[in-house]
Design a protein around this ligand. Sequence first.
Ligand code: FES
Ligand code: FES
Length: 153
Amino acid sequence: MFKRIAFSVNGKAFNIEVDIRESLLELLRNHLGYTGAKKGCGVGECGACSVLIDGVPFDSCIYLAVWADGKAITTIEGVASKSGELSDVQKAYVDEGAVQCGFCTPGLVLTTTALAESGKEFTREELKRELSGHLCRCTGYQSILKAAEKSLD
Ligand code: FES
Ligand code: FES
């Protein structure tokens, strides 16, 4: 069964019919071409599929596409400027060497972006908690934490 929904991705408006059984991750990757969000676990454990929904990070693998009706979605493709200049958060991840295979990076950058845009201050322990929904098999997390701290400076 299909349902028509209206939403935006990185400011671009969509008004389309979606399969009510499909996840937002499947919609983004398989039908709309936004492949920045990755499928890791597929069950809400790893954060590789994270996107911002009205500015809040969600695991798009366990978020039904129909729930996106009326929402503004931000994917990693929408974070850099239109001319391609990396955002401050992206630059911090590069500068701190927090990107290796890159599979976890889109989700981490989006969650860090949401934290930076909140305007709040976070201790290292609080940052660890905020980023704990993201698993990285490469970096050992120290460089990720440094990049997040730099992003929030
Ligand atoms: Fe969604 Fe792992 S793929 S949380
Ligand atoms: Fe490889 Fe994080 S950089 S999973």
